[in-house]
Ligand binder design. Structure first.
Ligand code: IPM
Ligand code: MN
Length: 351
């Protein structure tokens, strides 16, 4: 299998090396040939060449690779985040990766900032619409920089886009024996765009009699996720709200470094990345938590149909976290590299 690996910037480079180490260990143990092709696109490449990605890059990623693994992007030398937008959002849009799948799974009670909550309380998935909403960058600025400035940022909601992400959430619930899907919007204030979410959600819900559909306004969802996370199994929401609620979800799992994500177009080449950013001040210091990146590689193998391989990674990560073998974020004393070694070692000793 051919996997394009874009380590990206900052700690993205550090944690991607560990995810690659773990994938190679799984390959050895299960007898799979993973061809990890390192691609240089990131801040340094952009600063040196002036281009974020070559013109044919998206087609190349789509047609020549089975999956894309990406570290974090972002560099203080590029304050407008141009390259990050081109690479991350560009790939989401160009490859039409409309599902942003972000599991929120607490591995050990001691990592949860909520009182008296354990792994059985924090175990849900968020499906974030990933190709439209406020992220399309439709709009503009009139008289910028003056006291008369008008800035317009439009939110795009299409029937196709809303329908396919909500459909995906119900299908996921059904395929995984789950019985609850909660849709979050702001239809009390955004009475055009989010009326569409309401219409499509209740229309599709009727097709799944075994699934209890619920709705929360996004502000209430944020509150309920903190108050009683155990009530949630599947959450589906738009691009911006999903971005925000999954950072909250990451913290419930013990921090941004714990959280994994997948950008999917079912059946097509898809992209896997941890939820966290490039954290420039920790870059290259062997302190970043590689767990989110490693768990993202498990999502990648699962998507590629390698269920046992993905499960082996998840089990090894869980054991390392529960036993405190990890970085400071999980209360451990290991470095980034040592954490990757430990997890890879557990996988190798499983067989
Ligand atoms: C994420 C990130 C990105 C997003 C940024 C870097 C554009 O926060 O993947 O959650 O908002 O989607
Ligand atoms: Mn985010």
């Amino acid at each position: 299998m051919r996997i394009a690996v874009l380590p990206g910037d900052g700690i993205g480079i550090d944690v991607t090396a560990e995810a690659a180490k773990v994938v190679r260990a799984v390959g050895e143990v299960f007898g799979r040939a993973f061809d990890l092709e390192m691609l240089p696109y990131g801040a340094d490449h952009y600063l040196q060449t002036g281009i974020s990605l070559p013109p044919n890059a998206h087609a190349m990623l789509r047609d020549q690779f089975d999956a894309i693994f990406i570290g974090a992007l972002g560099d203080p030398r590029i304050p407008d985040m141009r390259h990050a937008r081109d690479i991350l959002l560009g790939t989401r849009f160009e490859l039409d990766l409309y599902v942003n799948y972000r599991p929120v799974r607490l591995l050990d009670a001691r990592l949860c900032p909520l009182k008296d909550r354990g792994p059985s309380d924090v175990d849900f998935v968020v499906f974030r619409e990933n190709t439209e909403g406020l992220y399309v960058n439709v709009g503009g600025r009139f008289k910028p920089g003056t006291d008369d400035e008008i800035a317009v940022q439009e939110e795009i909601n299409t029937y196709k886009g809303v329908h396919r992400i909500i459909r995906h959430a119900f299908e996921y619930a059904q395929a995984n024996g789950l019985t609850k899907v909660c849709m979050a919007d702001k239809s009390n204030a955004m009475t055009h765009g989010h009326a569409l979410w309401q219409r499509v959600f209740w229309m599709l819900a009727a097709e799944y009699p075994g699934i209890q559909p619920t709705h929360l306004y996004i502000d209430a969802l944020a509150m309920q996720v903190v108050k009683n996370p155990a009530q949630f199994e599947v959450i589906v929401t738009n691009n911006m709200f999903g971005d925000i609620i999954t950072d909250l979800g990451a913290q419930l799992q013990g921090g941004l470094g714990m959280a994994a994500s997948a950008n999917l177009h079912p059946g097509r080449t898809s992209m896997f990345e941890p939820v966290h950013g490039s954290a420039p001040k920790y870059a290259g210091k062997n302190v970043a938590n590689p767990v989110g990146a490693i768990l993202s590689s498990a999502l990648m193998l699962e998507y590629l149909g390698l269920k046992a391989e993905a499960a082996a990674i998840e089990a090894a990560v869980k054991e390392s976290v529960v036993t405190g073998h990890g970085t400071a974020e999980i209360g451990g004393t290991l470095g980034t590299r040592e954490t990757g070694d430990y997890i890879a070692g557990l996988i190798k000793s499983q067989r």
